[in-house]
Each structure stands twice: as structure tokens, then as C-alpha cells.
Design a protein around this ligand. Structure first.
Ligand SMILES: *[C@@H]1O[C@H](CO)[C@@H](O)[C@H](O)[C@H]1NC(C)=O
Ligand SMILES: *[C@@H]1O[C@H](CO)[C@@H](O)[C@H](O)[C@H]1NC(C)=O
Ligand SMILES: *[C@@H]1O[C@H](CO)[C@@H](O)[C@H](O)[C@H]1NC(C)=O
Ligand SMILES: *[C@@H]1O[C@H](CO)[C@@H](O)[C@H](O)[C@H]1NC(C)=O
Ligand SMILES: *[C@@H]1O[C@H](CO)[C@@H](O)[C@H](O)[C@H]1NC(C)=O
Length: 560
């Protein structure tokens, strides 16, 4: 067992030290943007025939409030002239810095972005040209560099509106043109022997009267998503015996993902590996339970929760409900006999570490079911010498407002629990990155997931049936490659951030689930006894556990 030190630096409290606030705020309001249009009306409307294409979809960097802070970009509208990184030396009000995403992996551009945009806020808006680099080989250094930017935007706020745009010929041409003209400007300055850089005002004056572009995002203005509803699903397989006299094991995972750009979060995470493994375990064990000869003398409960990336909101609500004595009708007697809960998180080996890590808040005591499970897990994984199976002790820090792993929700209620994952660190950033270094080869990825299902499934079978000699998950009960592949494909084409997967309430009884959740609900019905509890949770009215904002995407107009 190894013990992981605190990751305090992962989420640090921030300060509202934003000295530029008043100026920037004025500039990003539509009123100010409007007056700017009027002032330079000719430059913009006079040459409307020079429009490239009129409008483009742009994706806004996330914006969310949690009880422990506000994160992401706090504004949406702007009306600004674009500027390339090689021009970023002075203070540029009314400019929009234009970056290429892949450049931000390089030290020079990365440093400019961190210092001049994130620290000094020299501009009034940012547009990042998003090119498909998921399949490009990214070095570890490059990944770490990018993650410092992601981390800054995931763990702190900025008043700048920041957008991503999918690369296209127009925007690439415009970028090249601007880069080139900036190079020429620099050359001219050098030729005339001018050592001083131009003042911001001078450059702005010069730019206003020259032929320039204007980037306009008219809105909508940032607004709160009211009364969000997060849905979770629960079902159970009942063992052979009297239901509430048998031990119960709980399998838990969450379906949502998270990244800096909610609308682009498909494929950019560990591809719902938790959900895939969860559903496959459910399929296999429901088969074993359906036959009286193979039905064990223990119950298996499955909880697929929402809001996992919101400090495990769905699991928290579920536990609160199940333990709330005032709601005795809801109390699930099964919870009394819970031996432990297995939480599944990021099991696609996206960091290529070939590990199966079991995170736990307290080292398991001798004679406990958790220790038995760990011993079984070790024994079974010894058949997979390439997989590093390690127990990691990570204490819960009660002084912090957020939890690193889902099992900590159970630990706080004094229920034994642990998380199984392929991530060797608790750092939250690794579960929120837009970049997936994971196995680009689908077959290899599925192989690895199959290994994990076999190891976890066998260890669980040992728990349910006692010591068994042969592999249980074989023959009729073997892992189905077709099944995990088809779920994997269904999940990876839908963005799965929770704000895009909210349930809407039609009236007191009727709820409208997003289509992905309907599919998941159907599968859970199919691979259980058909009894799936669909649980809708609302945020606390007075102290909301989270606040989402709109818009997630909008239109950018480019004028010349
Ligand atoms: C958070 O952002 C503010 C500006 O909004 C900045 O002053 C502060 O240094 C940032 N904190 C961290 C830890 O990056
Ligand atoms: C990566 O992307 C490029 C262009 O987008 C494509 O030509 C290439 O086939 C892709 N490579 C892989 C391994 O998918
Ligand atoms: C962004 O949010 C709107 C509604 O808030 C939704 O209709 C739209 O589908 C979302 N965008 C994406 C890419 O999901
Ligand atoms: C297994 O992973 C742990 C945690 O990252 C690491 O400390 C250990 O060295 C690894 N063991 C092997 C044999 O690679
Ligand atoms: C996730 O899915 C995308 C799109 O199919 C793929 O390119 C990527 O490699 C996958 N990542 C992982 C870790 O499975």
C-alpha cells in the first residue's frame, strides 16, 4: 500500500484581485460594445461586402459556481478587433487575442498566454482556434503545459470572455494574415531603428483607421440555468435468501464528464469507461442472478449517478435520502447490510499507465470484507503481470469543501467504500482534461477495459460465492466485446457534461429525460430484474450545490 499526500494545490482558494475589473466590465457590456460600433461605424458597416463568411459557431469556456468558488469565464459578449500573439506586448483594450490551440502546447505561446492573458489580462477577449489534435502525438511536456492552462481555468475565474472555434479555412487565413502583418510591422520598426515599442494608444489609433477586422459576439448575456434537475438510476439484484438478511454490495459510477468546454466534451475524456464497465458487470451478474443455481446468497445494488463531476452530487443526494430517518418510506433496508461500495472511475487507462489502483480513505482492517476484496483483487490480477495493482491510501481532508473520489461520499457516512481506477494520482485535472492521451487504438483500449472487467468481476464473484477455483467469467458468462464496443460508441458521440444532461420537469409527475439517459435507463432495465428507480434531484434552494450558466455556445460575427 502506498499513501498519497494531500493535493492541496489542486484546488486553491482564489482572491478577487482583479484590478482591471471596472474597465473590462464596461467594455464587455453590450452597451459599450454598441457605442463602439457607432464610433467606428464606417470601418465596420462600410465594407460589408468584404465579409468572409457571416457567422461562426463558437464554444464558450465553462462557467460554474460551487460552494467553494466561482470558476471559468464570467462573460460572454464582446465587440473587439483581433490580435495575434506576436502583437501582445502592451495593454490592449478592445482587442481579442487569437491563438491556435496547438500553439499553446509550445513553451513560447504558452508563456504568453499564461502571463499576458491569464495573469495580466492585457486584452478584452480571447478566441482559440480549435484544431483536431486529439490524434496527434502529444508529448508529456506539452500535455503538462496545456494542463496548467486548463487547471487555471477550471480552478479559478476570469472576467475575460474566452471562446473556442473549430478551425476552418477562413479563420486560418485570417490568422495567417494577421500574423504576417504583425511580422511586417515589427520589421519596419527594426528598420527605422526604433527601440521603443509603440504605446497601446498609438497602436489602437493606427488600427482603427487602417483596414481591420472586428470580432463580434452579441450575446446572449450570461444567465443562470434555473432549477437544474440531475437524474440518477438505482437497481438491485436480489440474492437467494431473505432480502434484508443477506449482505449487500454496491457498485457505483457516474455518467457525466467535465472539461473546460462543455460542448466539446465528447471523446475528450476517458470515454465513459466507468459506465461501460458498470453496465457490463450488471449484464454479467444479472445472468448469474437470473438462474437459481448460480444465484449467490448476497444482494448486488447498482447506482448510476449524475453530478459526479459536481462533487458527487447525485451520490450525496442518494446517500442523504437513504439515511434520512424522516423519510422512512424511502429508506432502503438494503443499505443496512452494505458490506462495501465499489466506485468505478476513469478505467480506460487514458494515461497509459497500465495500472489498477484501489483508493481508500482508511487502510482496511483485518477481517473486513474490504480487505478480503483487496486480497482477491491482488490474487486475480497476478494473472495479468503487466497490470500494476496497487492500494492507495488517501485520507479525506475534512477541511476541504470538495472530495477527490466518489467513495469518500460513502466513507463520510461510515460505509466502507473504495474507488477502482486506472489513474495513479488523485489530481482532479486528469479527470477534466480536454486531451486524451489514451489508447488511440480502439482494439487495445477495449482489451484493457476487458482486462479490468475480468479482474473486478472475478474479485466480486469471490466475494459473492466464497473461494472458487475456476474463473467464473468464462463461457456463457464471459465479457462481451461486442457489448462494450457498442456502448462505447453510443456514449462517445454525445457531450456528457451535466449541464447538457439535465432533466426537465413537465409537471409534478412528469419528467423529460435527455435521450442519452433514456438509453441508459432502458439498458439498466434490461440487465436487472426490470425494476429501476429513477431518482430526480434538485439543488438546495438556499445553498445550491452548484450553479450553471448559459450560453455554452453562441455565434461569432466577423466583419472587415
Ligand atoms: C485567480 O484569478 C485572479 C484574477 O481573477 C488572480 O488574481 C489570482 O492570482 C488567481 N489565483 C490563482 C491561484 O491563480
Ligand atoms: C489524424 O488526423 C489526420 C487529419 O485530421 C488524419 O489524416 C489522420 O488519418 C488521423 N490519424 C489517425 C491515426 O487517426
Ligand atoms: C448548449 O445549450 C443549449 C441550451 O442551453 C442547448 O440547446 C445546446 O444543445 C447546447 N449545446 C450543445 C453543443 O450541446
Ligand atoms: C505501481 O504504481 C504505483 C503508483 O503509481 C507506483 O508507485 C509503483 O512504483 C508502481 N509499481 C510498478 C511495479 O510499476
Ligand atoms: C475516446 O474516443 C475518441 C473518439 O472515438 C478516441 O479518439 C479516443 O482515443 C478515445 N479515448 C479513450 C481514452 O478511449
Amino acid at each position: 500500500m502506498i499513501t498519497e499526500a494531500e493535493n492541496v494545490a489542486d484546488y486553491v482558494p482564489f482572491y478577487y484581485l482583479f484590478t482591471l475589473l471596472p474597465i473590462l466590465f464596461v467594455i464587455t457590456t453590450p452597451a459599450a460594445a454598441g457605442s463602439f460600433v457607432t464610433a467606428t461605424g464606417n470601418a465596420i458597416t462600410g465594407s460589408s461586402s468584404n465579409l468572409l463568411q457571416n457567422q461562426y459557431i463558437v464554444y464558450r469556456v465553462h462557467q460554474i459556481d460551487m460552494p467553494y468558488g466561482q470558476f471559468g469565464s464570467r462573460s460572454s459578449a464582446f465587440n473587439l478587433e483581433p490580435l495575434t500573439p506576436n502583437q501582445l506586448s502592451d495593454f490592449f483594450l478592445r482587442k481579442c487575442a487569437l491563438f491556435k490551440w496547438k500553439d499553446l502546447f509550445q513553451k513560447s505561446f504558452h508563456d504568453i498566454f499564461v502571463r499576458k492573458i491569464l495573469q495580466e489580462s492585457l486584452v478584452s477577449g480571447v478566441l482559440i482556434i480549435y484544431d483536431n489534435i486529439i490524434n496527434k502525438s502529444v508529448t508529456m511536456d506539452e500535455l503538462k503545459r496545456w494542463q496548467t492552462i486548463e487547471k487555471r481555468l477550471l480552478t479559478n475565474e476570469t472576467l475575460l470572455p474566452i471562446y473556442f472555434i473549430q478551425e476552418n479555412d477562413d479563420i486560418n487565413r485570417l490568422y495567417d494574415e494577421l500574423m504576417e502583418s504583425a511580422e511586417n510591422d515589427n520589421d519596419n520598426q527594426r528598420t527605422f531603428g526604433s527601440k521603443t515599442t509603440k504605446s497601446g494608444a498609438e497602436i489602437i489609433r493606427q488600427k482603427i483607421f487602417s483596414d481591420s477586422y472586428q470580432f463580434v459576439v452579441n450575446g446572449p448575456q450570461v444567465s443562470i440555468i434555473n432549477n437544474p434537475i440531475v437524474t440518477s438510476f438505482q437497481t438491485k439484484l436480489i440474492g437467494a435468501g431473505i432480502e434484508d438478511q443477506m449482505p449487500t454490495y454496491v457498485i457505483v459510477t457516474h455518467y457525466d464528464s467535465y472539461s473546460m468546454i462543455p460542448a466539446l466534451t465528447n471523446g475528450a475524456d476517458s470515454n465513459a469507461s466507468g459506465v461501460i464497465i458498470f453496465l457490463e458487470l450488471m449484464r454479467l451478474f444479472s445472468k448469474l442472478y437470473s438462474n437459481i443455481k448460480t444465484r449467490p446468497k448476497a444482494n448486488l445494488m447498482f447506482l448510476l449517478s449524475g453530478g459526479g463531476k459536481l462533487n458527487y452530487f447525485g451520490t450525496k443526494k442518494w446517500l442523504d435520502d437513504s439515511f434520512d430517518p424522516s423519510r422512512s418510506s424511502n429508506v432502503d433496508s438494503l443499505l443496512d447490510n452494505v458490506q462495501f461500495a465499489i466506485c468505478l472511475d476513469s478505467l480506460a487507462d487514458s494515461m497509459n499507465e497500465n495500472g489498477l489502483f484501489m483508493y481508500i480513505s482508511k487502510p482496511p482492517k483485518p477481517g473486513t470484507p474490504t480487505l478480503t476484496f483487496w486480497n482477491n483483487l491482488q490474487e486475480i490480477s497476478s494473472d495479468y503481470p503487466q497490470i500494476n495493482t496497487t492500494l492507495i491510501h488517501k485520507k479525506i481532508n475534512l477541511a476541504e469543501d470538495y472530495l477527490y473520489w466518489e467513495h469518500e461520499r460513502f466513507s463520510l457516512k461510515r460505509i466502507s467504500a473504495f474507488t477502482l481506477t486506472s489513474l495513479s494520482t488523485s489530481k482532479i485535472i486528469q479527470r477534466r482534461t480536454m486531451i486524451d492521451l489514451g489508447q488511440p487504438n480502439e482494439q487495445q483500449r477495449l482489451n484493457q477495459m476487458e482486462n479490468y472487467i475480468n479482474i473486478i468481476g472475478e474479485a466480486l464473484a469471490h466475494q459473492l460465492y466464497g473461494p472458487i477455483k475456476e474463473n467464473l467469467l468464462s463461457g456463457e458468462y464471459s465479457v462481451s466485446r461486442t457489448f462494450i464496443q457498442s456502448i462505447s460508441r453510443q456514449l462517445q458521440n454525445v457531450p456528457r457534461t451535466q449541464n447538457l444532461l439535465l432533466t426537465t420537469q413537465k409537471d409534478t409527475q412528469n419528467y423529460q429525460l435527455p435521450s442519452l439517459l433514456k438509453t441508459i435507463q432502458m439498458m439498466m432495465k434490461k440487465y436487472s430484474d426490470g425494476n429501476v428507480r429513477t431518482l430526480h434531484y434538485k439543488v438546495d434552494g438556499k445553498n445550491p450545490e452548484f450553479i450553471f450558466y448559459e450560453p455554452n455556445e453562441t455565434r461569432l460575427f466577423i466583419y472587415k
